[in-house]
Design a protein around this ligand. Structure first.
Ligand code: NAG
Ligand code: NAG
Length: 266
């Protein structure tokens, strides 16, 4: 009897699982998707591929709320966000006929900036304009041993991140920089020992400048110009000398011819 009951339950579970597969998954989006500070209002939108009877929101695997439902979208607003609102969210929906539940959407991360954390310090090496191919280092430090992110102005996503071990200083290297790397850089960090999706504000910027290739400034340019002038002068002197030599030889040959002619018997 027991094995049969087990088989029935198993069969039911498999059937339920395969039904969930049949419903297309919803997708979740965040508005605004970035730059949310503590106290801001954020809207989560669950986009529904078909009419649903009920839509549920989960935060980090825990049921969070049932959402207001519109035609093809369910909206959930977090008014005046708090620290514990930071995290990953997913949604799913139910339909009545037949009574199926979809799988969860892909997760979205709600990162909240908390100004309680001071912005990180930053430094750039070398500070002067660099040539193509130079390795440039950016150090960012904080007192919360946080995961540190390097942000470039104009890029929406952080370009590198690092978990500094112990010291709280992250070292980012831009290997063999090109003109595309020129610009302003800043850091922010996610402090350890707090809610994991809290972030510090962006810190001050450092600016990576490239030497312009067309007009190399400084001593090297001057010595190059001196070299060119010396070469031109040398060539001119050699030309004058060669011309002089040519005229002398030419004149000599004329004299010789005249001597030969005048000395010859007529
Ligand atoms: C840049 O770093 C790489 C890897 O450490 C090294 O092989 C290369 O020689 C460095 N380039 C310069 C110009 O220092
Ligand atoms: C970067 O910081 C400097 C001061 O350190 C400021 O003058 C400049 O406007 C900043 N650049 C950007 C793009 O914010």
């Amino acid at each position: 009897m027991a094995p049969m009951a087990l088989a029935l339950i198993l069969g039911w579970c498999l059937a339920a699982a395969s039904r969930a597969q049949q419903l297309p998954r919803p997708s979740l989006s965040l508005h605004p998707s970035q730059g949310v500070s503590l106290g801001d209002t954020v809207t989560l939108r669950c986009h529904l591929p078909r009419l649903a009877a009920r839509v549920e929101l989960y935060q980090g695997g825990r049921w969070r709320s049932v959402m207001d439902k519109k035609e093809d979208m369910a909206e959930f607003s977090l008014v005046s966000t708090e620290q514990e609102d930071a995290g990953t969210y997913r949604c799913k929906y139910r339909v009545l006929e037949p009574p199926w539940t979809s799988r969860l959407s892909d997760p979205v991360e709600l990162v909240i900036t908390d100004r309680m954390f001071p912005p990180p310090g930053i430094s750039l090496h070398p500070e002067k304009p660099v040539r193509m191919g130079t390795n440039v280092t950016i150090h960012c430090w904080n007192n919360y041993n946080g995961i540190t992110f390097l942000h470039k102005d104009g890029c929406s996503a952080p370009i590198q991140h690092q978990d500094p071990d112990g010291g709280g200083t992250a070292t980012f290297t831009l290997f063999g920089v090109t003109p595309a790397d020129a610009g302003s850089y800043r850091c922010f960090y996610r402090p350890k020992g707090f809610y994991p999706f809290l972030s510090s504000p962006l810190g001050n910027n450092v600016t990576l400048e490239m030497e312009s290739a067309s007009a190399p400034p400084g001593a090297e340019g001057t010595s190059y110009r001196n070299f060119v002038v010396a070469v031109v002068r040398g060539c001119a002197a050699a030309l004058v000398f060669a011309l002089g030599l040519y005229f002398i030889l030419d004149a000599r040959s004329l004299w010789i011819q005249r001597d030969v002619r005048s000395g010859a018997p007529q």
